[in-house]
Design a protein around this ligand. Structure first.
Ligand SMILES: [Mg+2]
Length: 404
């Protein structure tokens, strides 16, 4: 069997998605998600101009070999553009292998380790009453775990807080120029414990609650927040510091028993080395799409398991249904599954990418279709062309750029 075509499809059914479609000489196809939110066309070029010509004629069954060929063969390693491109190839090859075998991907990865996958949804509000309403809405949708984000007095626009009428969307609609949000760490740190107090008071002690600090704190600030939130028994505190400085998590860890989750912007196992071997975190957050695919993410999860660390695959709306499906197969197969982030996609995106995975009763399942179980309607995709769009940026009150 040989790869005879490698095509990159860019479509915007509500937001931009980049998809690789591989075709074999037997007429089988495989899909891979290569969406890098806000920098999409860099990955398109990497795939179309530099990788696609190398794939023609290769045996699609040789997944590990192809991964190593693309990773080591480029000489220039790592980084989100490279790893998103390699991920798309990796997932498309697993999709093809599943179709050849007539089995869903999770069966090729060892079979199901559980019956269903606990998901968490996003709740947010400009203020606490609005946040409580949003938590109620997620619970009504069936969610059994909820991430809570809230506005902070004195700040106009804060990460993860939806604008009115935007449903559960946690990130504002993509902008042609980056939206400028504002930030003040002191205000945030003094506001958050009261928010958790109110949520626990309303919903009781059992509901798993998560919170994302989005890389904005110093190690000392993160340690303080972790301590202050201990009475509310968080499921986790996410991305408390810009964790490419892995050693920073040592200080946080020494001062708080609040569980920590890190890694959605990481691309390789090397980004995690200190965090794993010193057991400085509790959940690894990488996405199939930005970590080079199912092949390396499986290895990361196995290494994490040695250190009693669980999976929690990144799953915002900009991970396409193709990337989400791949994650769910991996989630079902590994032993150390923790939780899966899931907000669903727009009805339009679900029409372009018809998927076998399902969400019911707060849990996900990848379905039983061969491969990853996603079909792309290319003629429909063509109707929604790419538009330039950026994620927001973040500034302090004095105008200084801060981590978004
Ligand atoms: Mg996050």
């Amino acid at each position: 069997m040989k790869i005879v075509d490698a095509k990159v499809v860019v479509t915007r059914p509500g937001r931009n998605f980049v998809t690789l479609k591989l075709t074999t000489d037997d007429g089988l196809t495989g899909l891979g998600d290569a969406t890098l939110n806000g920098r999409e066309l860099a990955v398109v070029s990497y795939l179309r101009d530099h990788i696609a010509p190398l794939l023609i004629g290769l045996d699609p069954h040789r997944i590990e070999d192809t991964w190593q060929y693309l990773y080591r063969g480029a000489y220039w390693r790592r980084g989100p553009v490279t790893m998103a491109a390699i991920a798309a190839v990796d997932v498309a090859l697993w999709d093809i292998k599943g179709k050849v075998a007539g089995l869903p991907l999770y069966q090729l990865l060892g079979g199901a380790s559980r019956d269903r996958l606990l998901a968490y949804g996003h709740a947010s509000g400009q203020d606490t009453p609005e946040l409580l309403d949003s938590v109620r809405a997620r619970l009504a949708e069936g969610y059994r775990a909820v991430r809570i984000q809230t506005g902070v007095p004195g700040l106009k626009a804060v990460y993860g807080v939806h604008t009115k009428g935007a449903g559960s969307a946690s990130v504002p609609h993509q902008q042609a120029r980056p939206l400028v949000e504002d930030w003040d760490t002191r205000s945030y740190l003094s506001h958050m414990p009261g928010v958790f107090e109110a949520v626990r008071h309303e919903f009781g002690p059992e509901l798993p609650l998560l919170h994302d600090a989005h890389h904005r704190l110093t190690p000392l600030q993160a340690a303080q927040l972790g301590k202050d939130l201990e009475p509310y028994r968080l499921f986790w505190l996410e991305d408390c510091t810009p964790a490419e400085n892995q050693a920073a998590l040592r200080l946080v860890r020494q001062h708080t028993t609040t569980p920590l989750a890190v890694g959605e912007v990481f691309n390789t196992v090397h980004d995690y080395q200190t965090l794993l071997t010193e057991q400085l975190i509790d959940y690894v957050r990488s996405a199939v799409t930005h970590f080079g695919g199912v092949t390396p993410l499986r290895k990361l999860f196995d290494l994490a398991a040695v250190h009693q660390i669980k999976s929690a695959v990144h799953g915002p709306e900009d991970i396409s249904p193709v990337g989400m499906a791949a994650a769910l197969h991996l989630d079902l197969a590994i032993h150390n599954f923790g939780i899966q982030e899931y907000s669903g996609h727009s009805p339009l995106a679900d029409e372009v990418f018809q998927h076998a995975y399902t969400f019911a009763d707060g849990h996900l399942h990848p379905g039983e279709a061969p491969g990853i179980g996603v079909d792309m309607d290319e003629s429909l995709a063509k109707k929604y062309p790419y538009e330039a769009a950026y994620l927001p940026v973040n500034r302090l009150h004095d105008g200084t750029v801060h981590d978004w």
